[in-house]
Design a protein around this ligand. Structure first.
Ligand code: ACO
Ligand code: ACO
Length: 150
């Protein structure tokens, strides 16, 4: 598997991006101002990660997704560790990430990569998404915020 920057002329892997974030509007908004990296295997895109600069010396991983038939094989973890390395190269001091209250496996992954919970953005998914979203049988309401100091 290889990880590379998505070229400007390439189509973004929208189906994958929508796995992590069902709002096409939000996805397009942060794609336009972020760096999108793709994981490929035999020239097929099987994973994606999007980084945006937020505050000074801070980036946020705003989207990470692995194609369903390739999940649970360590690709998500490699993408997160790749983003951390990119941040270090760019002299970033803090990497942030957020996930829904129902994202039990995501919370496990991020904490295994060193992230710590910093807070809760209550009602984030009620404010920003029209449809009700469910995951693991739990309604997605609040965003759990995590960060990693480099
Ligand atoms: N308990 C303990 N550890 C767990 C659990 C759990 N319930 N679930 C996962 N993990 C661990 C795994 O053990 C592994 O760690 P290890 O290698 O140290 O054992 C790690 O978390 C994740 O494993 P990967 O195989 O690297 O994960 P995967 O390739 O499946 O990618 C991802 C994870 C990106 C979340 C994938 O499942 C996906 O695309 N999901 C749908 C989209 C999504 O929810 N994206 C995140 C939304 S939040 C955002 O985008 C900022
Ligand atoms: N994803 C989705 N749902 C899950 C998951 C998961 N990963 N894990 C558990 N659940 C759900 C189950 O589906 C079930 O919900 P459902 O009936 O709607 O499907 C529910 O959580 C829990 O199921 P139970 O069978 O009722 O739980 P159990 O009898 O195992 O009790 C407990 C849970 C008390 C935490 C038990 O595992 C335990 O004693 N653990 C060790 C001690 C402990 O950790 N206690 C809590 C410490 S915090 C405190 O004490 C305040």
């Amino acid at each position: 598997m290889k990880i590379r920057l998505l070229e400007v002329i390439e189509d973004s892997p929208i189906e994958l991006l929508l796995l992590a974030d069902p709002s096409e509007k939000l996805v397009k908004e942060y794609l336009s101002r972020g760096q999108c990296f793709v994981a490929t295997k035999n020239d097929e895109v099987i994973g994606v990660i999007v980084l945006i600069r937020t505050r000074p010396e801070t980036i946020e991983i705003v989207n990470i997704a692995v194609r369903e038939d390739h999940q649970n094989k360590g690709i998500g973890k490699r993408l997160v560790l790749f983003a951390i390395d990119k941040a270090k190269e760019q002299h970033i001091k803090t990497v942030e990430i957020g996930t829904g209250n129902s994202g039990l496996n995501q919370l496990a992954l991020y904490q295994k990569c060193g992230f710590r919970i910093t807070g809760v953005d209550r009602d984030f998914f009620i404010r920003h998404y029209k449809e009700k979203i469910y995951e693991n049988g739990i309604q997605v309401i609040d965003m759990i915020r995590l960060s990693l100091d480099l």
